[in-house]
Ligand binder design. Sequence first.
Ligand code: BGP
Length: 466
Amino acid sequence: MQYKFPENFWWGAATSGPQSEGRFNKAHRNIFDYWYDTDPDAFFDKVGPNVASNFYNSFREDIDLMRQVGLNSVRTSIQWSRLMKDFETGEVDADAVRFYNEVIDEFIAKGIRPVMNLVHFDIPVELLHQYGGWESKKVVDLFVIFARKCYELFGDRVKDWITFNEPMVIPEGGYLYKFHYPLKVDGKAAVQIVYNINLASAKGVQAYHEYCEKEGIKDGRIGIVINLTPAYPRSESPEDVAAAHFAEIFKNNAFLDPAVKGEFPAELVKILTDDGVIWESEPEELEIIRNNTVDYLGVNYYHPARAKARETALDESLGWLPEKHFEDYEWPEARINPHRGWEIYPKAIYDIAINVRDNYGNIPWYISENGMGVEGEAKFRNADGVIDDDYRIDFIKEHLEWLHKGIEEGANCFGYHLWTPIDCWSWMNAYKNRYGLIAVDDLATQKKTIKKSGVWFKSLSENNGF
Ligand code: BGP
């Protein structure tokens, strides 16, 4: 064996409620449910979240498949729009409580550690329509009501919590680049949302620590999952380096720094102030952010960013955009995943490991998502009906080699989660790109088959390396 990982390493996979459960028996609609109901054409093949991978109905079989591919930990999310009957009073939906209780118990019975996330891009659509979603601090307070309920209901068994998955995607998708509902372009709102979500996450951390204190729970912890896209400059010229630096502090540090260090990067605050788009903040909120940093960190890593000094004019009519300070650069040597269009650059995982080691107090962290989306996977099915996805095995190995190097050099990384256990529904792309260790062979029948990578992942997990 060439690559051995630390003891008790998490070998797992991640999914989310909206992408796996299906909309069965839901108390409310989230923004994706609503978007699909009002504009199904926006989704690949017009496939929406109605069935997803049917986890609501087949969670026992699905969790058994997850056990069969060797997962010792799995992250999913509790849907706000399923759990809460009344967002203000905190009244919960009885069927949702039953469902999440049974899911959590089933994971534990199968020897899989459940990692529970609270927001995976999804908020109940009423909170968007009534209050303006994350633009509003009212929604921050309603989030705390939801978070508290989750801890109270499930915190006796769930010991690993996450406040938000990839919080930056919320302003990017919904308020800058129009790939998520509400499909706005409003840079100032996006910046306020960055702040409000940081505040919500800190309040969620605070509420969890209070809950543990009250219940005498000593082994619980709470973190945040951030999609880190290290930004590499086109050249060593000061202009390109400054552009990449801005991309880095806007895309990554705007969440990483408050979550881990309790403060926003001063340089970012200055630039946003100079640009006239700085968020509205109160001293007591900044105090909450300062005093409620996370216990651990999840890092989603798919691809790096590459930046150069801006050369082409921005469309002024769009108002302020972060791209004022950089321009995306297409590195000619980049290896691109042709299906998803994302660059494959495994070394960035090592760079992240060293950055967290040196600049973030070597906080405990894990890779909470990494993976390869492939279109038309059915063509790789062999005579036995199994998808021969050697490309996925190679992709994982390459990333693990760099992660291993980081760990050997002192990175405090305790696990690796693949996106995703079972092919699942993806936001706009629906079922176009498949990521799972387990295939959904047919969306209509929901027949599921372990892929070659699933068999390999089991040996990876059992051997604690490869
Ligand atoms: C991450 C999200 C996941 C998942 C994944 C794959 O950003 O946290 O929810 O969707 O990306 O991306 P996609 O489904 O867009 O191909």
